[in-house]
Ligand binder design. Structure first.
Ligand code: GDP
Length: 473
């Protein structure tokens, strides 16, 4: 601070002492203290918004529209357990061996790219909405299109609904893959019928949801599915900068005994070069080696490409955004500052985000939508609750209530993950969180509010919207 103010450290310390803060020369002080000191010197100081700075950096890639080029779509496969997500990813991987390429079978690095009709498509190789949601809760919107796998012999199941709600909340278009059509009991029409209940109306039924019948096992319909993905990607008009320093997301990262930190990065825009200084929140490093999804050593990686790199000083978090720094000194400086800020925030943390917090945001006009996840013991209560809550929007308070996900049964980790990713509150009606969900809610600072009378739910939410909420102790 002294350096920034162009003052001797002793002068700053003297001011601090005047306010009763006995600071040593290398001690951190918080923003409020710093602004008081600055005021004494006639200087105004502003809090730098790190997230904003990062968003701005990402935005610079897309500023000059005429410089942008088309980039391949990035796909996540979602759906209920055992409906064939892994089988579909395998089928896609194997049927699309790029001709002439040695081996061609992909290594598992967390994502892979295939070629179809001279166009590329990149798949996130961890199926399910858990990874999708984890990444979103760190602020990364990695997925361009979600492929929803529904088994034709089983139909829409709880996790199918979860996946639909996750994709919808993220604003990601959905393509439905009706799988296992080779099975004797397969009934694709029944699946389409069930999907209409969740707002997904198939094209052949007059809606705008693309549904493709496939058999991941017999590898039928895969090509058609891929073509449909390209079609939707075309409409989405996905662009990236072809030459700027890379920006993107960490897909996976781990510590390897021999190699050190191994991380898979997905380049969103720009180009990553061997030797670049990559910064990812509080970790950084010089790219020592880059390997593509076929296990080949590469020197550069362009938009929508996944590469495994060595060189980070520590293991970065999956879903964290990365960028390339000018030089090692800048990279280190940024990472160290982030580390200090995170440490300070961790000390400041005071319990979960609660209805009170959300209410405060509402009254300050910061929150325009109160997102809720409703879990209930029986279907009847769930429907009654959801309908009553949505009805609150009829008398306009300026803040919308939206039930982004509803389900019957105990609160699970996936509910908490969705709440964390979308800044939602969980309403528990005659149900409890399971042990894992409870632990996760503590960690992710998600509030679960329990009720056993519908009237009480309505009363509290209404109060929150109107700003009359009593704090809950
Ligand atoms: P995930 O849990 O969604 O990843 O599902 P899996 O890909 O592991 O598949 C679950 C089971 O369904 C496995 O036994 C697969 O062999 C089987 N399966 C997947 N796709 C098909 C298919 O198209 N037809 C048939 N008959 N079985 C399939």
């Amino acid at each position: 601070l002294a350096a920034k103010l162009n003052k001797a450290p002793t002068e700053v310390i003297k001011v601090l002492m005047g306010y009763g803060v006995m600071a040593a020369v290398n001690q951190s002080i918080d923003f409020d203290t710093a602004s008081i000191v600055c005021e004494e010197f006639g200087v105004t100081c502003e809090l730098e918004d790190e997230n904003q700075a990062m968003d701005d950096l990402f935005d610079t890639h897309y500023q000059n529209e005429d410089e942008l080029v088309k980039r391949p779509p990035i796909i996540t496969v979602m759906g209920h357990v055992d409906h064939g997500k892994t089988s579909l990813l395998d089928a896609i991987r194997h049927t699309n061996v790029i001709s002439g390429e040695a081996g061609g079978i992909t290594q598992h690095i967390g994502a892979y790219t295939i070629m179809i009709k001279d166009e590329k498509i990149t798949f996130i190789d961890t199926p399910g909405h858990e990874a999708f949601t984890a990444m979103r809760s760190r602020g990364a919107s990695v997925t361009d299109i979600a492929v929803l796998v529904v088994a034709a012999d089983d139909g829409v199941m709880p996790q199918t609904v979860e996946a639909i709600n996750h994709a919808k909340d993220a604003g990601v278009p959905i393509i439905v893959a009706v799988n296992k059509i080779d099975k004797p009991g397969a009934n694709p029409d029944k699946v389409k019928q069930e999907l209409t209940e969740y707002g997904l109306v198939s094209e052949d039924w007059g809606g705008d949801t693309i549904c493709v019948n496939i058999s991941a096992k017999k590898r039928e319909g895969i090509e058609e599915l891929l073509e449909m993905i390209l079609l939707v990607a075309e409409v989405e008009d996905l662009k990236a900068h072809p030459t700027k320093k890379a920006i993107g997301t960490v897909i996976e990262a781990r510590l390897d005994k021999q190699k050190g930190t191994v991380a898979t990065l997905l380049v969103k825009s720009g180009v990553l070069h061997d030797g670049d200084i990559v910064v990812c929140n509080d970790v950084f490093g010089k790219v020592r080696a880059m390997m593509d999804d076929k296990g080949n050593k590469v020197k550069v990686a362009g938009p929508s490409t996944a590469i495994e790199i060595l060189g980070f000083n520590e293991v970065p978090g999956a879903g964290e955004k990365f960028f390339v720094a000018e030089n090692e000194r800048d990279g280190r400086k940024y990472a160290e500052r982030r580390k200090a800020i995170m440490k300070e925030n961790a000390l400041k943390k005071s319990g979960p985000v609660s209805l009170d917090d959300l209410f405060n945001q509402i009254s300050e006009g910061e929150l325009k939508e109160l997102k809720l996840i409703v879990k209930a013991d029986v279907r009847g209560s769930l429907e009654a609750l959801s309908q009553s809550l949505e009805k609150l929007n009829d008398n306009d308070e300026g803040v919308r209530v939206s039930v982004i996900h509803g389900g019957v049964g105990a609160i699970a980790e996936s509910d908490v993950a969705l709440a964390a990713a979308s800044n939602a509150l969980i309403i528990a009606f005659n149900v409890r969180p399971d042990a894992n969900a409870k632990a996760m809610a503590m960690k992710e600072e998600v509030e679960i509010r329990s009720y056993n009378v519908i009237y009480h739910v309505m009363e509290e939410i209404e109060k929150a919207l109107k700003g009359l909420l009593d704090p809950e102790f």
